[in-house]
Ligand binder design. Structure first.
Ligand code: NAD
Ligand code: MG
Length: 400
């Protein structure tokens, strides 16, 4: 039963790590929040299970071949949820009356159309899908501004900065920001010790439990590179005002520094439900299920510089941001291809930065003045990276 005035939330990527955490927070506030739309890629069993539990009005699978199983499963379960499939249906639901709040937590560039639809339609946009900002940051932030969407970043670092800088007033006198990074599972290793690491080792993150793609990105430090570009778009700062600090305890989620010498930081246990609760309740604070931080129990907070020699992806991302235009879109696309090939066991760990670097060196940078130009650059970079992998060509040979 829907309470009066409950926020209707669309959870995109509902079956994933962020989606599941969002639904956990939503279920704690039956009077205030309601899961109205759930969307997933192809995992129908998991989506059906969520529909039984959360009784959304609509459920969407991306993959058309998965639609009959969703429709029949909902009918057999006696759930009144309407089944849909495909990107057009998802965009229409996101833009329409079925929701006022959208948790954008699809992984990769595949999340761009629905994220953009939420921005254009002026929804409260809880943005976890960082790849859409890297691919089309200017278009997306312009769409949100013109559509009147309030964007709350869900990436823990950007959510921390959002909490320190909630509005333009708070941003006056800002000098720079620092994103913290756990360093990933291979922190402290040199290049030579990275060549033979396996996908299973790469996804075993020491602090955060996350989907496979972002876990590999954390292991290469590309995740932090994508986050530098994300921060540039969210907070309007140039690359040289965005620093990165490796902080293995993952308790300080990011910091902002002002011209008067003040530094503000947000701290908390590493659990994405805190950031999601900030977005779902904002400007109010609501229960997330995450306990408070006991600093006496943790005792020590350490900080060190990132090792760009062993983890060149972070440098490649700064370079792509400085190059501008379609360079970040190509960086993201080549990385998505490389990570997926690494997870399939087709390439080694060190081939991930090599492929990204090779792609950026090989392809011309164009102006990022239209969605069409960005999607063309994305497609071209994917083709280039896939071709290099299938040829076992120069970047692969150099690394293995
Ligand atoms: P995940 O792999 O656990 O989940 C991905 C979700 O996206 C799944 O529900 C999957 O079904 C869905 N999906 C995949 N392809 C799709 C498609 N083409 N159309 C519709 N749905 C599709 O990933 P995750 O860890 O939850 O990450 C999701 C996003 O949030 C990523 O962009 C990631 O960078 C970002 N993020 C995640 C975390 C985290 O703690 N997991 C933290 C910060 C940011
Ligand atoms: Mg993050």
């Amino acid at each position: 039963i829907q309470a009066e005035g409950a926020r209707e939330v669309a959870v995109l990527g509902a079956t994933g790590s962020i989606g599941t955490s969002a639904l956990d927070v939503i279920a704690r506030h039956p009077g205030r929040l309601r899961a109205g739309v759930l969307a997933a890629g192809r995992n129908v069993e998991a989506l059906l299970d969520l529909c039984r539990r959360h009784q959304p009005r609509h459920a969407v699978v991306a993959e058309p071949s998965a639609f009959p199983a969703l429709r029949d499963g909902l009918r057999d379960a006696g759930v009144s949820t309407q089944a849909h499939c495909g990107d057009d249906a998802l965009q229409a639901l996101v833009a329409g009356d079925a929701c006022d709040t959208v948790v954008a937590a699809i992984v990769g560039a595949a999340g761009l159309p629905s994220t953009l639809a939420a921005a254009r339609a002026g929804k409260r946009l809880l943005l976890a899908n960082k790849e859409s900002l890297v691919l089309a940051g200017e278009l997306l932030t312009t769409a949100a501004r013109e559509g009147g969407a309030q964007v709350v970043p869900i990436d823990s670092e950007h959510n921390a900065i959002f909490q320190c800088l909630p509005d333009a007033h708070a941003r006056a006198g800002l000098r720079r920001i620092f994103l913290t990074a756990s360093g990933g599972p291979f922190r402290g290793r040199g290049r030579g010790q990275l060549a033979a690491v396996t996908p299973a080792q790469a996804v075993a993150h020491p602090k955060w439990s996350m989907g496979p793609k972002i876990s590999v990105d954390s292991a290469t430090l590309m995740n932090k590179g994508l986050e530098v570009i994300e921060a540039h778009h969210l907070f309007g700062l140039p690359g040289d005002s965005i620093g990165v600090l490796v902080h293995p305890q993952s308790l300080v989620h990011s910091l902002v520094e002002f011209v008067d010498g003040s530094t503000l930081a947000q701290l908390g246990l590493p659990d994405m439900r805190t950031a999601l609760a900030v977005g779902l309740g904002w400007p109010q604070r609501i229960e997330s299920g995450v306990g408070g931080l006991d600093l006496l129990e943790h005792g020590t907070l350490e900080f060190e510089p990132p090792d760009l020699e062993a983890f060149p992806c972070l440098r490649l991302a700064y370079d792509a941001l400085a190059a501008g235009g379609t360079a970040p879109a190509m960086l993201n696309a080549a990385n998505e291809v490389a990570v997926s090939s690494f997870l399939q066991g087709r390439i080694g760990f060190l081939s991930i930065p090599a492929l990204v670097e090779d792609t950026l060196a090989a392809l011309p940078v164009a102006a990022a003045d239209s969605l069409q130009a960005l999607l063309a650059a994305d497609a071209q970079a994917r083709r280039h990276a896939e071709h290099a992998i299938s040829q076992g060509g120069a970047p692969m040979a150099r690394q293995q």
